[in-house]
Ligand binder design. Structure first.
Ligand code: TPP
Length: 318
């Protein structure tokens, strides 16, 4: 079933929450309150919300270091996400994982992962477990197009088809792998063609359109759930901020980024809602509601304690 106009308003609010979450993190980072780095998904919110909202709570998701949006869209509490960023004990990984290790099994979030392509076989493993246990769950892996040159990616494509796994692979093709144009390093840069060659049902779609993303993944999930095998979705999108904090962005022009901004998913969904009869005041209300969620999460995170020294090695595996 397509997203109703009411659900589209919820999706708009959710995409704004993800956007504002990352804007807040950037401010905290610039104030020195967050250590390490983070990889923003600004401009890619529709793939996260459209894809995750088309799944059930008990379906599995794996994602990359650029995973704040996926995690929040799958149901990770914004409070727990913010606390994790600030290294607090109330964070989803008890303050010890940080930006690249958001995890919450209670909502099927198997984890973000800093290693390119690593979440793909993890999702296939979750899909295999569901299949063997005769549960009708599906697993979805998000990854960038840079992952397609990893050996484990190709091994997973092969086994997923052979075993008819209930697996959905979502490639967020944002044209760049880190700071390199992907077509300079990848022979088949239209990655859905590679997946087709392996026997996947394969689609290439506009990943900045949340309704299309939702419909595509909803259909894929229904097919995978009923034993129809794996589906591949190449969602074309664009990362509007740098690869990570401190990226000088010398590999692309300001004009290119400005042009991409005209096509970014939140603006587009706003325009669509106006077409559907919403007023500007409705969009402002949704914006304020998103602000309130972020303010609450930040207050919660700032008031939370840091982890106890005695817990330094609890849940840490070496
Ligand atoms: C196995 C591995 N090799 C190299 C890196 C360093 N690295 C981090 S991000 C990245 C590029 C990934 O590009 P893509 O998959 O297109 O995702 P995007 O960053 O565009 O979301 C690389 C090479 C890594 N994290 N893991």
């Amino acid at each position: 079933m397509p997203l109703t106009p009411e659900h589209l308003q919820d999706a708009y609010r959710q995409m704004l929450v993800i956007r504002k979450f990352e804007e807040t993190i950037r401010n905290l980072y610039q104030q020195g309150k967050i250590r390490g780095s983070f990889h923003p998904c600004v401009g890619q919110e529709a793939t996260a919300v459209g894809g995750c909202w088309a799944l059930r709570k008990d379906d599995y998701v794996t994602c990359t270091y650029r995973g704040h949006g996926h995690a929040i869209a799958k149901g990770l509490s914004v409070r727990a996400a913010m606390a994790e960023m600030l290294g607090k004990a109330t964070g989803c990984s008890k303050g010890k994982g940080g930006s690249m290790h958001f995890t919450d099994l209670s909502v099927g979030l198997l984890g973000a992962n800093a290693i390119v392509a690593a979440g793909i076989p993890h999702a296939a493993g979750a899909a295999l477990a569901a299949q063997l246990q005769k549960k009708d769950q599906v697993a979805l892996a998000y990854f960038g197009e840079g992952a397609v040159n990893q050996g484990v990616y190709l091994e997973t494509l092969n086994l997923a088809v052979i075993w008819k796994l209930p697996l959905i692979l979502v490639c967020e093709n944002n044209l760049y792998s880190e700071m390199t144009l992907s077509h300079e390093t990848t022979s088949v840069v239209e990655t859905h063609k590679l997946a087709s060659a392996f026997g996947f049902e394969s689609h290439q779609i506009d990943g900045n359109e949340v309704e299309l993303m939702y419909d595509t993944v909803e259909r894929a999930a229904a097919k995978a759930r009923s034993g129809g095998g794996p589906i591949y979705v190449e969602a074309m999108t664009y990362r509007l901020w740098g690869h990570m904090m401190g990226d000088p962005e010398t590999y692309r022009t300001k004009e290119e980024v400005a042009k991409a901004r005209e096509n970014e998913p939140i603006l587009r969904l706003g325009r669509r809602l106006l077409e559907l009869g919403c007023e500007d005041s409705d969009l402002s209300r949704l914006d304020s509601e998103a602000d309130a969620i972020i303010v609450d999460a930040l207050q919660f995170a700032e008031a939370s304690p840091v982890p106890e020294q005695a817990d330094a090695f609890t849940d840490v595996f070496i």
